[in-house]
Design a protein around this ligand. Structure first.
Ligand code: 6PG
Length: 244
């Protein structure tokens, strides 16, 4: 389902409400809430809102476990590290126990870090299928999401839960949860803002299926909900698509 908002502020406020509702419902039914954060700049405002009232008080932080869908292989205090921004803006500001923040060991050799994070996920899910309660994702202008870049070999990964991937044009290793894992989530929410995303969003949603070129098309939860929260600028092309 696609929901369109006036601007990033409204979009972020809606995302905060949806996230809170998912957290409360997960805690009520399963006793805890697993939240997968994304990198990129778009979720910054959402993270700020979650660190402020009323969300700071209403979120079940003591029962929330935080994970990352992908991480850049740079030290934890590097501005490019996905967990760095989330920690600074959100996690350091709310009463979440440190042992419930499951960061990726981004300075280990990539294969080792991927194995370690897979073990972290296996420990958390304890033999059950790895169905995260809430996965937050962003969309890149080239159709990538969560370090799933066009033409990357990791797009076909079926065996491992977490994989290392080298991104040649960024000259950087990244670590990422694989598509079969992400697609078991109960809810996947994309946050997309800005006119620069309008073309690619329309291709991902209404264009020909070309998952090798548009990896975001591979995100299709098996049993969960898929929500696209989009601001008007990013939605301009899909509105034209639906108007015919
Ligand atoms: C990453 C992100 C990535 C991001 C998109 C959108 O680490 O690169 O996980 O998938 O979500 O590139 O980024 P913006 O929100 O900055 O546009």
């Amino acid at each position: 389902m696609v929901k369109i908002y006036k601007d990033l502020e409204e979009l972020s406020r809606a995302a905060a409400r949806i996230l809170l509702e998912a957290a409360q419902s997960a805690v009520k039914t399963r006793g805890k809430f697993s939240l997968v954060l994304s990198g990129g700049n778009t979720p910054r405002r959402l993270y700020e809102l979650l660190a402020e009232e009323p969300y700071r008080a209403q979120m079940p932080w003591s029962k929330t476990h935080v994970f990352w869908g992908d991480e850049r292989c740079v030290p934890a205090d590097d501005e490019r590290n996905n967990a760095h921004m989330a920690r600074k803006i959100l996690l350091d500001q709310v009463p979440i126990p440190d042992e419930q923040i499951h960061t990726i060991a981004s300075t280990l050799p990539p294969l080792k870090a991927a194995e370690e994070y897979q073990n972290t996920l296996k420990d958390y899910f304890r033999g059950l299928s790895p169905a995260f309660d809430f996965v937050l994702l962003g969309l890149g202008e080239n159709g990538h999401t969560a370090s799933l870049f066009p033409e990357s070999a990791v797009l076909d990964e079926k065996r491992y839960w977490v994989s290392q991937v080298y991104v040649p044009n960024l000259k950087m290793w990244r670590l990422k949860s694989t598509i079969p894992i992400l697609n078991q989530a109960r809810k996947i929410v994309f946050l997309i803002d800005g006119a620069s995303k309008a073309g690619v969003l329309s291709q991902v949603l209404h264009g020909t299926r070309r998952p090798k070129q548009l990896p975001a098309q591979l995100i299709q939860p098996q049993n969960g909900d898929l929500l696209w929260l989009v601001d008007q600028a990013a939605a301009s092309q899909i509105q034209k698509d639906t108007e015919g």
